[in-house]
Design a protein around this ligand. Structure first.
Ligand code: ASP
Length: 356
């Protein structure tokens, strides 16, 4: 009788624990947080400072301790990879981060990765990882628009959501994600649209899904090549070439283009208006630079995301130029940088721009 009652109690307590998020380490996914800085690790002088504060101040262990809810949904541990504002991240940082992720996802005791990051270049890092990490395991880049010290800070919920996505089986094989404001975006598509308010990110073709109270709701899949289906592999990349972005509006001149060429750029992303349009005075300059071996990649800086058509606004076949199609200039820089590690053939580069 006693034995029967105690067994019942043990079972009741165990199921209550599981339902409330569980305390059994073996039932929870193992998620590693790689911290790089940004506003999600930021601190301001006052609770009213939602836009003026210092980013990259709070260490990852403090972020984890400050959010005990994380331990209910995953076994979480953190590594401080960098502690910077993401506007200061460089190609070397991308390599360091990518190689660390690649090593971690090969471990059986790691189910998913979360990267805490500044919002300024979240879209670049997430796209880079989408191209070069060979894994089905979820890789989630998370950021926040307000520091943890501000009223209505968005970092804690964003981090909680990122951890639950990174630990979910249904998030596997979908490429890298950016999670903010309850939305799950593809690292390929997402872009920062405004520098204030929590719903600052959007994808031109829509988010992949939503994460609400730790549950994922999926709406679409990324059709472009990524992660396990990508021809690029971080383990085989040791240096990244210089690719520069030249912004072109009205009254544009050739100073930046020539300076980038002289500085050794292997490709120039022409961030043009509209259909990646090129001013008449620039056309011969870009032809000349192409003749010297630089790759010329036409992209668009229109706000909602461009759609640059090959031979649409310029005869790209004739000039041997490349179009970035729907990639914004900063994403085009990432793809060109990665692609140039494999080929300098303009036709191959154009294929890559259409496939990724
Ligand atoms: N400048 C910051 C950064 O990108 C902005 C942010 O995180 O929101 O690190």
């Amino acid at each position: 009788m006693f034995k029967k009652t105690s067994t019942k109690w043990i079972l009741a307590i165990a199921s209550a624990m599981l339902l409330s998020g569980g305390v059994f380490a073996q039932n929870k996914p193992n998620v590693v947080i790689l911290a790089t800085g940004g506003t999600i690790a930021g601190a301001g002088a006052d609770v009213t400072n939602s836009a003026s504060y210092q980013s990259a101040k709070v260490p990852v262990d403090k972020l984890i301790i400050g959010l005990p809810e994380l331990a209910k949904v995953a076994n979480v541990r953190g590594e401080q990879v960098f502690q910077v504002g993401s506007e200061s991240l460089r190609n070397d940082n991308l390599l360091t981060l990518g190689k660390r992720i690649s090593a971690l996802v090969k471990q059986d005791d790691v189910d998913g990765i979360v990267i805490t990051h500044g919002t300024d270049t979240t879209e670049e890092t997430a796209y880079f990882l989408n191209l070069v990490i060979k894994t089905e395991k979820p890789i989630v880049v998370v950021a926040s628009m307000r520091p943890g010290t501000a009223m209505s800070a968005d970092g804690p919920l964003n981090l909680y959501s990122a951890i639950t996505v990174a630990g979910s089986k249904d998030a596997r094989g979908k490429g890298t994600f950016v999670v903010l404001n309850d939305e799950i975006h593809s690292g390929r598509d997402v872009s920062k649209m405004i520098n204030v308010r929590p719903n600052a990110f959007a994808s031109p073709w829509g988010a992949l899904g939503m994460v609400v109270e730790g549950k994922n709701y999926w709406f679409r899949k990324l059709d472009k090549r990524h992660t396990t289906n990508s021809e690029f592999d971080i383990d085989k990349i040791d240096t990244l070439p210089l690719v520069e972005i030249a912004y072109a509006g009205g009254n544009v001149n050739d100073t930046a283009y020539r300076a980038f060429a002289n500085a050794g750029a292997k490709a120039i992303i022409h961030a043009g208006p509209g259909n990646g349009s090129v001013a008449a005075t620039l056309v011969p300059v870009l032809q000349e630079l192409r003749g010297k071996g630089l790759q010329i990649i036409r992209s668009s800086h229109v706000n909602a995301g461009g759609f640059v058509l090959r031979n649409g606004e310029q005869p790209d076949d004739k000039y041997d130029w490349i179009v970035a199609h729907d990639l914004n200039p900063q994403k085009a820089r990432i793809l060109a940088t990665v692609a140039l590690t494999a080929t300098n053939d303009s036709k191959e580069l154009q294929r890559i721009f259409m496939e990724y």
